[in-house]
Design a protein around this ligand. Structure first.
Ligand code: LMR
Length: 352
């Protein structure tokens, strides 16, 4: 009997507290505040944009410009979250990330795209561009159009080509002046057949390493040197483990801006149009500012005096050009004569 009373009192207490909590819950629910920031949250579109360069580089700043323009054009409906410095993905895994939708956008160097679509190697040919106007003629003319259209039936959409700058060489033990100076040195490179063939012709060996692993590999002397733009050399502090900088302008480093195709296809035509417009304006901004950004980094490198700077003479440039000519023969097998002729035309048109 005593047990029965105890059990009964537990049941009664349980029912009372359930009823009280029930009332309380109702109270909490009715006190929920309306938060107008949540308005239209379902409508919000987030584009995750991963890249490997620093923020204060032509790519980093053009990406920021693009994000601002797009947000503005869509009244905040589309937001671009930028992940620079390979904080999310580096060049070894960003390709996969954009394919499987882990991010919506990436902007790899053209050489890295050529690993997957070899026709892109045309933009990495040594001495293809005598000056910046020649680069623009290729990026915004027949070649750029062919490369972007060539991605049409793939699962990435090519949005545009972005600018960085001409590549220079850094080394640790000895300065590079002539093609012979490369002999037996070991360089960090980006992937891509043209780049491999370039170092091959110079009798240098290479290791293809992600950009964010380059500093460490220079530090431990796994590689003797590397090629890059002044903005990349300065922002990644390669000068801390390199002694010489050769201003060679032997090749151009730029980017293909790519978006996951399923994501693109799922957007309304209005949003697609805003992306195209923002991209067009950001590219124009990047073209106008990339030279100045690299110049700023050149000034920083000069003023911190940690690299001995050597600029190739006209005669040495001619030697490099001659030594690297066979790279063109190799590339033509893949790129085809049509685009190779176009590059030769650009070279002639902008030679002076
Ligand atoms: C490199 O790997 O050296 C460059 O592609 C880095 C970059 O994105 O500018």
């Amino acid at each position: 009997m005593r047990n029965f009373v105890i059990i009964l009192s537990f049941i009664v207490a349980g029912i009372i507290s359930a009823v009280m909590i029930g009332f309380d819950m109702e109270g909490i629910a009715s006190d929920t505040y309306y938060d107008d920031e949540q308005e239209g949250l379902q409508e919000q579109i987030i584009i995750r944009f991963s890249h490997v360069a620093a923020e204060n580089t032509p790519k980093g700043r053009t990406a920021t410009k693009f994000a601002a323009l797009l947000e503005d054009k869509t009244n905040g409906k589309v937001k671009v979250h930028i992940f620079p410095n390979a904080i999310l993905y580096n060049d070894a895994n960003e390709w996969k990330a954009v394919q499987n939708g882990s991010v919506e956008m990436i902007a790899p160097a053209t050489a890295k795209i050529s690993e997957h679509y070899p026709i892109w190697q045309i933009l990495d040919l040594p001495f293809a561009f005598p000056n910046y106007r020649a680069v623009e003629a290729a990026y915004e003319g027949k070649i750029g159009k062919a490369l972007l259209e060539g991605l049409e039936h793939t699962n990435v959409k090519g949005l545009d080509l972005w600018y960085n700058g001409f590549k220079q060489i850094t080394t640790q033990e000895s300065v590079i002046r002539t093609p012979d100076d490369f002999s037996r040195l070991h360089f960090r490179t980006m992937p891509g057949a043209v780049i491999q063939e370039q170092f091959n012709q110079l009798n240098a060996s290479t290791s293809i390493l992600p950009f964010n692993k380059t500093y460490q590999n220079l530090k431990v002397d796994f590689v003797d040197g590397q090629e890059n733009t002044l903005s990349n050399i300065n922002t990644k502090k390669f000068y801390e483990h390199q002694q010489y900088l050769t201003i060679s302008n032997h090749g151009y480093l730029g980017y293909g801006v790519l978006m996951n195709r399923d994501f693109w296809n799922g957007l309304s035509s209005q949003v697609q149009e805003s992306i195209n417009e923002a991209m067009h304006e950001a590219t124009a901004w990047g073209r106008r500012h990339a030279i100045e950004i690299n110049d700023q980094h050149a000034r920083a490198i000069r003023s911190n005096q940690s690299l001995e700077i050597y600029t190739l003479s006209a005669e040495e440039r001619a030697q490099w050009r001659k030594a690297l000519r066979p790279v063109y023969n190799e590339a033509e097998q893949t790129v085809g004569s049509d685009l190779m002729e176009e590059i030769e035309t650009i070279k002639e048109n902008y030679a002076h």
